[in-house]
Write a protein that binds this ligand. Structure first.
Ligand code: HEM
Ligand SMILES: *[C@@H]1O[C@H](CO)[C@@H](O)[C@H](O)[C@H]1NC(C)=O
Ligand SMILES: *[C@@H]1O[C@H](CO)[C@@H](O)[C@H](O)[C@H]1NC(C)=O
Ligand SMILES: *[C@@H]1O[C@H](CO)[C@@H](O)[C@H](O)[C@H]1NC(C)=O
Ligand SMILES: *[C@@H]1O[C@H](CO)[C@@H](O)[C@H](O)[C@H]1NC(C)=O
Ligand SMILES: CC(=O)N[C@H]1CO[C@H](CO)[C@@H](O)[C@@H]1O
Length: 328
């Protein structure tokens, strides 16, 4: 082969590599632990499934923790870190409210460490466990998880504002925060579909029920029948510990029903209702009422969310325990 041809082959290979990397995966890949810890994925799945069997709300918990992780400093496991000294970590911040499932992540990580020490990151464990917990009722993974994330060692409560949208956010605020994370309006609507499972505390929406515009009324964008039912569940003032299902009667079922209730003006948060206030977003809402469309789009958007500002290669570390950074 002459030098010219060699050059061409090299350039073509380089192009191919670049083209593959262009796929917005942040350098993550499938089967990342195939050589270093071949049992990792199955181990995480088996433990998660046994925990999900015992607690059918685990999927909602872990999915929300994964989302909070990715939106604050990227998917680097920083949400899992406990506060150190007087420094408040992400999990201490107000919007965390009741993030839960940390004990489950600890259990999984402990067993993964026993099988393959210093190999599988907490960020990957969280991403896999969230997928597996949500997938448990289907008895098969319902989206693909790319791996190779490494763990960060900074977690600051002060990083939350501006990175996690509030349930009172309007459409342009939501779109703006998602766009900062490389997620578009389609992703915003698709991922909001996660609210098809789980519960919310009265305080995250009760302002919509009472004196919303100062005329003793409810939020006009909230279905009046639904508002009346919510008022019985969340009297004014409500017990701060009371929760309601975000997708009534279907809150354990991961399905496209969220989009059906949304168009009946029964989205629980202002941020849910806001998806109908933009023409493009409202079109996506209609489209996602089809279960096939929802499942396929959810997988694609989760892949993007799971790649936000990830640490790969030699950046960050593989934490031994998810709650504390390694001591050097
Ligand atoms: C669009 C902006 C979003 C806002 C404003 C928002 C806000 C909230 C709020 C306020 C709660 C209730 C927390 C509580 O009272 O305990 C909640 C629950 C939840 N969120 Fe979101 N969220 C958003 C996007 C997402 C995304 C992108 C995901 C995942 C992909 C997600 C997954 C969940 C889940 C699964 C729950 C239920 C948690 C449980 O039952 O333990 N959310 N969200
Ligand atoms: C607290 O945070 C500051 C800066 O954010 C950092 O310099 C300091 O080392 C942290 N303290 C502890 C005990 O982690
Ligand atoms: C409703 O809001 C208005 C305007 O803020 C206030 O003047 C009024 O007292 C409120 N009513 C109740 C019952 O809280
Ligand atoms: C309110 O919800 C009911 C079902 O609960 C639905 O039949 C009705 O069309 C909804 N109204 C509006 C204005 O969306
Ligand atoms: C933070 O992570 C880096 C790797 O990026 C590591 O070298 C360093 O020791 C860590 N710092 C602490 C305090 O653990
Ligand atoms: C799980 C967790 O750490 N929750 C914390 C959320 O933030 C409040 C303070 O706003 C803490 O009291 C909780 O412990």
């Amino acid at each position: 082969m002459n030098a010219g041809k060699g050059h061409l082959v090299l350039s073509l290979t380089l192009l191919l590599v670049l083209a593959c990397n262009a796929d917005d995966d942040g350098g993550l890949r499938k089967n990342f632990y195939k050589k270093s810890c071949p049992q990792a994925e199955k181990l995480v799945r088996d433990i998660t499934w046994s925990k999900a069997q015992a607690d059918p709300t685990l999927g909602a918990k872990l999915l929300r923790v994964h989302y909070h992780d990715c939106f604050v400093r990227g998917c680097d496991g920083s949400v899992l870190l406990d506060p150190v000294g007087t420094n408040q970590s992400e999990k201490n911040a107000v919007p965390n409210l009741t993030l839960a499932g940390f004990d489950v992540i600890d259990d999984i990580k402990k067993q993964v460490e026993q099988a393959c020490p210093n190999t599988v990151s907490c960020a990957d464990v969280l991403s896999l466990a969230a997928r597996d917990a949500v997938s448990f009722p289907f008895k098969k993974p319902i989206w693909d998880v790319l791996m190779g994330r490494r763990d960060g060692n900074i977690s600051l409560a002060s990083n939350i504002p501006g990175n996690l949208p509030s349930p009172f956010a309007d459409f342009s605020t939501l779109a703006q925060i998602f766009s900062k994370k490389g997620l578009n309006v389609n992703d915003l609507v698709v991922l909001s579909g996660a609210h098809t499972i789980g519960v919310a505390h009265c305080g995250t929406f009760s302002r919509r029920l009472y004196n919303f515009t100062g005329k003793g009324d409810a939020d006009p964008s909230l279905n009046a029948t639904y508002a009346a039912s919510l008022r019985t569940q969340c009297p004014n003032p409500a017990n701060p510990a009371t929760t309601v299902e975000m997708d009534p009667q279907s809150s354990l079922s991961f399905d496209s029903h969220y989009f059906d209730i949304l168009i009946e003006n029964e989205g629980l948060f202002q941020s849910d209702a806001a998806l109908l206030t933009n023409q493009g977003a409202a079109k996506v809402v209609q489209h996602l009422r089809s279960p096939d469309a929802f499942f396929s789009e959810f997988g694609k958007s989760m892949k993007k969310m799971g790649a936000i500002e990830v640490l790969t290669g030699t950046a960050g570390e593989i934490r031994k325990q998810c709650r504390v950074v390694n001591q050097s």
